[in-house]
Design a protein around this ligand. Sequence first.
Ligand code: HSE
Length: 400
Amino acid sequence: MIKVAILGYGTVGSGVFEIIKENKDIINEKTDNEVEVKYVLDLRDFPGDPCENVLVHDYDVILNDPEVEVVVEVMGGLHPAYEFVKSALEAGKSACTSNKELVAKYGAELVNIAESHNRNFLFEAAVGGGIPIIRPLNMHITADAIQEIEGIMNGTTNYIMTKMAREGADFEEVLKEAQELGYAERDPSADVEGYDAVRKIAILASLATEKTVDFEKIYTEGITNITATDFKYAKAMDRSIKLIAKFKNEGDGYVASVSPRLIAKDHPLYNVNDVVNGILIKGNMVGDLVFIGSGAGKLPTASAVVSDVVDCIRHLNVSTTVIWNEEEYQLADFSQSKKKFFLRTTASKEEIEEVFGYVTYIDANVDGELGFVTAKLTEEEFSEKELAFGKTITRIRMED
Ligand code: HSE
């Protein structure tokens, strides 16, 4: 019998509890063991809920119980999640988490503590919700130099962008609807400002490089400035606008960013809609691999967490292959990254061409403004020109 403790009985925690109960036979067979949730930790009470009999309010009960082999951290936030996971690993328990904030900030340290105790710290659900992406990166795509990781890694913003594209609605309107439906948090900034996606790309980039990519050094721009009119132009270009997280070898090193991008119809991520996430990995030998699936939501996320629980139980006294060093990975300078830019402006063609030279105009039947695409420019060149120009309504990066 293997005893598990779940820290946090929110959306994902209750999903983990439900899956371990509902899929008991499958999980027991896969682990060749009997798996039981011995404790659920939460500050709240849940009268009448199936977790009631195993609910505790004091983490020390779990930490000091040698019967607990696996701790599942699904509380979210950095503290006390970090202290709880670290102490569990130091006490010789394995730990799994869906918490990307925790993994992006302390991943390398926790992986190495786990390893030194022959235990595991696993985090399949921290990126891409239910999509298997961490395990493939760690264990399967190991014969390649990874050239690029590119993805739609935030379900909430993808839901918002999809609605804007389909219904011609504005950002604020769709955000409100998403909040009413429970897709977006009351404080949506982590999602809409790109803070969630940047942690996810930093985690994947760290695993690809086996060093630590600091999410705070990645250029991050959210979707709050995208309007219904931008989608009219996108349609006219046969493109869509998606919040894209990228880590790419651009010749002089790997550049990372999170920003809205205009992506073309033949791009593998074009049809990734609603809360679905999609992640493209380019290896120098294997070529393009695309992973698509539910990027958020109770059961998909909990399913990925429970797959980690299964892995921990299969490898009770051995550390599996997560290689992640605390040494910082040096990203190349984003300001030298080259691409085309789409701009909307109230300026005349003469004024546009005086600053940007040859451009391609986009006709989207919008009165009182012009929309155009620049030639390929570095971020730095573009910023200088835009500053001199001074008449931009919006600007969005074009995706190759
Ligand atoms: N807020 C996140 C999203 C949850 O919308 O994708 C999953 O990480």
